[in-house]
Design a protein around this ligand. Structure first.
Ligand code: ATP
Ligand code: 3PG
Length: 408
């Protein structure tokens, strides 16, 4: 178990708070969506109201990406959400950053610059090595405590996630605490347990499917999205050139063999789509798998209605459903039906848990509600849902193993 904010004597304490506010960015560099910032408001407000001195640490994007930008807009938005001034500091661990942290008063909040502007932060380290990085050696001397609220990044073993808790007392923030509560007890959720794996990250879906089937966590795995198309292909269905080329282009050809092996080993627990939707004459048109391949170059863009009825029957008997990834190209009106109806059916299951960035945005845009838990994490949630440890959580649990670096 990790300590939480309930265990931290906050007043007058200078706290480094790692959040995950990695967000979609518009062409002009502004925030396109602030859902992840909103998620951390409770943790930050609580720390500030209890008299903490808060230095926020976070990453945005990956080097080379269009969304690899400064955290200045994030600081501005946090200031609005927290209803108090939040200063942006354009450095992360240099003497200027230390100075800004030393100048904090009780109830003050600053946002330090994107941790990934420093190359160390997109490399993976074990906690001992992470404790010796420039980021941790530079900033830890002016912090009294470290709070990790960045559940969505907890599957990364990067210095801001595993280095600070190696040298400072570490605590889980409120987002981290609630994610760990729900996702950490997956083995105790009611059975039968159904995993719905859709979306486009086929390798991740197949990893999860193997893991939950091998461990006996899943009674059924329902496949949809690109993952469903890969499983159909592995089962010998010819989806036609468009879908097959797409699988090639995405580099998922090897996944067809892995999916076939999984069907050999656990086929009776893996459900495949019975029909798919394609675009014909500008409209949605459904084809049973026996009618495949489709004419011309029609791609399978969604699951069809007989798949939905089949999956809905399985979900009716479920005690727990865990979903990741949309069932089709929900961004196009003609192909949103599978995602909307499948997720609607899943929301009626007693315990319904959803993970994934695009999944959460699909649910918002389709107006589907009523889940027991919508996780802030994609990759991190998936890893927990297979009952695998997360490096950042392990580092918090292990506690400090090294001396706090000295202030200059
Ligand atoms: N049949 C399909 N053909 C092509 N793309 C599809 C199909 N079904 C779903 N998709 C696409 O999958 C994308 C989302 O997949 P993804 O695996 O990234 O989900 P996610 O919820 O964001 O998970 P994570 O947070 O782990 O990334 C959407 O953009 C959607 O259009
Ligand atoms: O968006 C995410 O999944 C997290 O912020 C982690 O980002 P990363 O995949 O770039 O490490």
């Amino acid at each position: 178990m990790t300590d939480t904010l309930d265990d931290l004597d906050v007043e007058g304490t200078t706290v480094g708070v790692r959040v995950d506010i990695n967000s979609p960015i518009d062409d002009d560099g502004s925030l396109a969506d602030d859902a992840r910032l909103r998620a951390h408001v409770d943790t930050l407000s609580e720390l500030l109201e209890r008299g903490g001195r808060v230095a926020v640490l976070a990453h945005q994007g990956r080097p080379g990406g269009d969304d690899f930008v400064s955290l200045e807009p994030h600081a501005e938005r946090l200031s609005t959400l927290l209803e108090r001034p939040v200063d942006y500091v354009d450095v992360t661990y240099s003497s200027g950053a230390r100075e800004a942290v030393r100048n904090l008063d009780d109830g003050d909040c600053i946002v330090l610059e994107n941790t990934r502007f420093y190359s160390e932060e997109y490399m993976e380290f074990d906690p001992d090595a992470a404790a010796r990085t420039h980021l941790v050696e530079g900033l830890a001397p002016v912090l009294d405590a470290y709070v990790n609220d960045a559940f969505a990044a907890a599957h990364r073993s990067q210095p801001s996630l595993v280095g600070f808790p190696s040298v400072l007392p570490g605590y889980a923030g409120r987002v981290m605490e609630s994610e760990l509560d729900v996702l950490g007890s997956i083995e105790e959720t009611p059975e039968p347990r159904v995993y719905v794996l859709g979306g486009a990250k086929v390798s991740d879906s197949i990893d999860v499917a193997w893991s939950v089937l091998e461990k006996g966590l899943a009674d059924h795995v329902l496949t949809a999205g690109v993952a469903g198309n890969v499983f159909l292909t592995a089962d010998g269905v010819d989806l036609g050139d468009a879908s097959t080329d797409f699988i090639y282009e995405q580099g998922y050809w090897d996944e067809i063999d892995r999916a076939a092996d999984l069907l050999d080993a656990y086929g009776e627990r893996v459900a495949l789509p019975r029909d798919v939707a394609v675009e014909r004459d500008g409209e949605r048109h459904e084809l049973g798998v026996n009618a495949l391949p489709p004419a011309d170059s029609e791609a399978a863009m969604d699951i069809g209605s007989s798949t939905l009825s089949y999956y809905e029957r399985i979900l009716e008997g479920a005690g727990t459903v865990i979903l990741n990834g949309p069932a089709g190209v929900f961004e196009e009106a003609a192909f949103e039906n599978g995602t909307r109806e499948l997720y609607n059916a899943a929301s009626d299951v007693d315990t319904s848990i959803v993970g994934g960035g695009d999944t959460a945005s699909a649910l918002r845009s389709l107006g589907v509600e009523g889940f027991s838990h919508v996780s802030t994490g994609g990759g991190a949630a998936l890893r927990m849902l297979t009952a695998e440890p997360l490096p950042a959580v392990t580092a918090l649990e292990d506690g400090p193993k090294h001396q706090q670096p000295a202030d200059d």
